[in-house]
Design a protein around this ligand. Structure first.
Ligand code: G6P
Ligand code: ZN
Length: 544
């Protein structure tokens, strides 16, 4: 058989191919335009210095266009000289499983197709990101280089070959490239089995402990079934919505109290199971619930860090903890008590990569439902669920008891996030510009009864490589220890989303509803930022 000829296709730069917080995210139809995905893929290959002779992992969360996109990328990879592509069977790989595979196999990186928690479908969202050889999202230096290349691209390379069958495991050739189709679950499940005390968790389930895991029709279904039901002995039916579908059953695969409402209602009602969790489209986010309790992601990070030594992987203790700036400071109290390093980074998992690689931190987390550790270089939804299970198995307490004891020991950082979605970009920018121009004059001023102690536009200097990132969100600290942060989302595909992050510390009195405890901070945020005037909204669209 003669190798298929490499075809060089002339093209023109496509505008707006600038990766955001987590890769390039656009409407699916935008990605489906002829040449769109091709241009971005070629720009990526060029920007990382070419891919001749390299090995790449390729997979995605199974959303609409995942299968087509993978065929296009594989042809282009072969035409650009890639030696080996490791592809999840059926084109499926969760984000943490892809990160693990990149590391396990020592590859040159990987391409992950996902728009994370955004809905999927022809009229919904699609995305593509590149992870480097450490398994983590490409740093800004790389995404900037990719973007720069998209603005000057004149041609891309591909093959004229029929689609590959990705449904069967094994090796096949595409031009000069070997395509290796692997079980997307096996290596990841084996890793989890090494990190956690599966015997203890099996005993917990055997003792009648009940759980529901909502895979939200997204990628974690097969992973959760294998790990929770097959390996840990949870009864069949523990995993809900466990079959991935290209449009995620028509829903938002976003594990928060809004989009996972049925699970929250189940946990707040009569006859709730002991524990529940959910993950997102590509499996990196998580939501944790106990009977009658919702654990905020910020609190979850603090509890996981404080109890990590329950799990075999972390018995030696933690090197340090990192959190994104808008995440509550609950974890800081744990780091302080443990006498370990605490790092505050901009929003986006990529900022944890250097800290993890340098061994400065072991556990990281974000308010946006992400928690993870140095086992991969992405946040990892099932990892968080398994660490919670390991802690519950070791301590034999309910989730409510774990939380109550944690707050009694450390105090409680009441926390909530208010989102104003699809706001006209000019109005959202006007709000942020106004705040930015005010920050230096804020200290000493009072808003709805709270006095500002300090305010800034968060800037980060990476302690490992010295790179800097400015304008990462307006932080306003009040003199009673409360804090409000204003930031525009970097992951939306329509207009702008304003996020207002609210936090108030209480040394005692830990049983108030969060909105009640936060009422003074909410009022101060409005008085300060004039959110209603700017957005034209009377209330946030989503409160988490
Ligand atoms: C993605 C990233 C997270 C980040 C989140 C923030 O999920 O993987 O690391 O926290 O986006 O999204 P935002 O919409 O607030 O920019
Ligand atoms: Zn995700």
């Amino acid at each position: 058989m003669t190798a298929p000829a490499i075809r060089t296709v002339p093209t023109q730069p496509v505008e707006g191919q600038k990766p955001g917080t987590s890769g390039l995210r656009k409407k699916t139809r935008v990605f489906m335009q002829p040449g769109y995905l091709e241009n971005f893929t070629q720009a990526l290959f060029d920007a990382i210095g070419g891919v001749q002779g390299r090995t790449l992992v390729v997979g995605g969360d199974g959303r609409f266009f995942n299968d087509r996109a993978i065929q296009i990328i594989l042809r282009m990879a072969a035409a650009n000289g890639v030696a080996r592509a490791i592809v999840g069977q059926g084109g499926i790989l969760s984000t943490p499983a892809a990160s693990h595979l990149i590391r396990l196999r020592g590859t040159d990186g990987g391409i992950i197709l996902s728009a994370s928690h955004n809905p999927g479908g022809e009229d919904e969202d699609f995305g593509m990101k590149f992870n480097g050889p450490n398994g983590g999202p490409a740093p800004e230096s790389v995404t900037d280089a990719i973007f720069a290349r998209t603005t000057e691209l004149a041609e891309y390379r591909t093959l004229d070959t029929p689609d590959l069958d990705l449904s069967a495991r094994g090796e096949t050739a595409l031009g000069g490239m070997t395509v290796e189709i692997v079980d997307p679950v096996a290596d990841y499940a084996a890793l989890m089995e090494r990190l956690f005390d599966f015997a203890a968790i099996r005993d917990l389930f055997a003792s009648g402990f009940s759980m529901r895991f909502d895979a939200m029709h997204a990628v974690t279904g097969p992973y959760a079934r294998e790990i929770l039901e097959n390996r840990l002995g949870a009864p069949a039916g523990t995993v809900l919505n466990g079959t991935p579908s290209p449009d995620f059953g028509g829903g938002h695969p976003d594990p928060n109290p809004v989009w996972a409402r049925p699970l929250v209602d189940l946990m707040m009602g009569e006859g709730a199971p002991d524990f529940a969790a959910a993950s997102d489209g590509d499996g990196d986010r998580n939501m944790i619930l106990g009977r009658g309790v919702y654990v905020t992601p910020s609190d979850s990070l603090a509890v996981l860090a404080a109890n990590a030594t329950c799990a075999p992987a972390y018995t030696g203790g933690l090197a340090g903890i990192a959190r994104s700036m808008p995440t509550s400071r609950a974890a800081d109290r744990v780091a302080d008590r443990l006498g370990i390093g605490m790092y505050e980074t901009p929003t986006g998992w990529k900022f944890f990569g250097n800290l993890l690689d340098a061994g400065r931190v072991t556990i990281c987390g974000e308010e946006s439902a992400g928690t993870g550790s140095d086992h991969v270089r992405e946040k990892d939804g099932l990892w968080a669920v398994l660490l919670w299970l390991n802690i519950l198995a070791a301590r034999r307490l309910s989730v409510a008891e774990v939380m109550a004891r944690h707050w009694a020991e450390f105090g409680r950082n009441y926390y909530s996030r208010h989102d104003y979605e699809a706001v006209a970009a000019d109005r959202a920018n006007a709000l942020m510009d106004r705040l930015r121009s005010m920050t230096e004059f804020l200290p000493g001023q009072s808003f709805a009864g709270l006095t500002v102690e300090a305010a800034d536009d968060f800037a980060y200097a990476d302690p490992v490589d010295g790179s800097t990132s400015a304008r990462q969100g307006i932080r306003v600290m009040f003199d009673d220890g409360s804090r409000v942060v204003f930031r525009l989302s970097g992951t939306g595909t329509e207009g702008a989303t304003l996020r207002v992050y609210l936090e108030r510390f209480a040394a005692d009195r830990h049983d108030l509803p969060a909105d009640q405890a936060l009422a003074p901070v909410i009022a101060a945020a409005e008085a300060l930022a004039l959110i209603r005037d700017h957005t034209g909204r009377a209330a946030p669209d989503v409160t988490t």
